[in-house]
Write a protein that binds this ligand. Structure first.
Ligand code: SF4
Length: 350
């Protein structure tokens, strides 16, 4: 069996961003301490020392509000319950305004070896539109501090399609990527951000951004993700390749033994289940494995092995004929120029 990933959802933020749909609550010390206790108890409930894990991802929420001792506590809990490889990729999401050099050094010492920094843009105008609490200078400073603390695997999140953006301002964002040299860039077109124009503009900006990243020798490997050679997110690849992952924390999802699960997106219900010794899961729709394979796998530019399409001969033949799917060696994939039509393409298989 492939090695599993372990996801930990830390559901607290200083304040809620209007465009964000992740489960989160306002950061306050007492509920945070209680939630961390519950997450560690959940790890005990899900304990499986036979499960080999080679990636841990602490997401949220804003896990960079945690101190290094709290992060160590979570990683130690994980190591007690699962067989976590010493060479695991251990990622933590971080907001630029939370990062300080001392914290970054302590996080490295605690075992975190990959950061995903939510820069979003290197233009103050965009950041003000998003009502972020950091500015562009702070995003650059956060990256430089992470670099100085010894992080060699840093991903940057950028948002595209904002009404404040122009082709020129986007280009300057990528000049900043060129200067900072992150190992990975995630490029998001957010669905619930108001726009001044239609989807065509988003597509124009997306393809401009894609080309800028390709020119900087990034590899486009998933709809929203670009990496330097060998720096694809080991953890996120598990989602798209239907490999097992164990989710912990309120609202976290997991995929184990070929079945999807999701935890309650509610702090009290989550905590009550854990205190009662029960897994805090809610009912989840189980997708047909064949469909799930296509829905998740086609997000990858490498595509998926062609036998996965055997159950859909006419849809596959039509999409291949019309150029919405292409053969890539033994795989079938969505060509990059059609990748923003992925949802429409998936509609043929659902
Ligand atoms: S900081 Fe991140 S997780 Fe928190 S509300 Fe904003 S976008 Fe969502």
């Amino acid at each position: 069996m492939n090695q599993a990933g372990l996801y930990i959802h830390f559901p607290f933020c200083r304040r809620a961003c209007f465009y964000c749909h992740f489960f989160k609550k306002k950061f306050k010390p007492d509920p945070v301490d209680e939630c961390l206790r519950h997450i560690k108890l959940e790890m005990e409930l899900r304990r499986d020392p036979g499960l080999a894990v080679d990636s841990v991802y602490i997401g949220g929420g804003s896990p960079s509000l945690l101190n290094a001792g709290q992060v160590s506590g979570l990683l130690e809990g994980a190591a007690r319950s699962f067989s976590v490889d010493g060479k695991s990729e251990i990622t933590m999401e971080a907001n630029p305004e939370d990062l300080e050099i001392a914290l970054l050094k302590e996080l490295r010492a605690a075992g975190v070896n990959r950061l995903s920094i939510g820069a979003q843009s290197f233009h103050d105008r965009d950041l003000r539109f998003l009502r972020r609490t950091h500015d562009a200078a702070r995003a650059i400073q956060a990256f430089d501090m992470a670099d100085a603390a010894g992080f060699t695997n840093i991903s940057i999140d950028l948002i595209i399609g904002l009404p404040t953006q122009t082709e020129r301002s986007m280009e300057l964002n990528f000049r900043m990527v060129e200067a900072l040299r992150p190992s990975h860039v995630s490029l998001y077109i957010l669905e619930n951000v108001p726009r001044s124009e239609d989807g065509e503009r988003d597509a124009r900006l997306y393809f401009q951004a894609r080309q800028s990243l390709l020119d900087l020798r990034f590899r486009h490997y998933e709809v929203s993700n670009f990496c330097r050679p060998g720096r694809a997110s080991r953890h996120n690849l598990k989602y798209w390749r239907m490999e097992p992952y164990v989710g912990h924390g309120p609202s976290a999802a997991g995929f184990l033994g070929g079945r999807d699960y999701r935890n309650a997106s509610n702090l009290s219900r989550y905590g009550a289940a854990i205190r009662g010794g029960k897994l805090p899961q809610v009912k989840t729709r189980q997708l047909d494995p064949g469909k799930r394979r296509i829905i998740t796998g086609l997000r990858l530019l490498e595509g998926i092995p062609s036998p996965a399409f055997a159950a859909f001969p006419s849809a596959t033949a039509f999409l291949l004929r019309e150029g919405f799917l292409v053969r890539r060696g033994k795989n079938i994939a969505v060509p990059p120029e059609k990748i923003l039509l992925l949802n429409e393409i998936l509609g043929y298989f659902i």
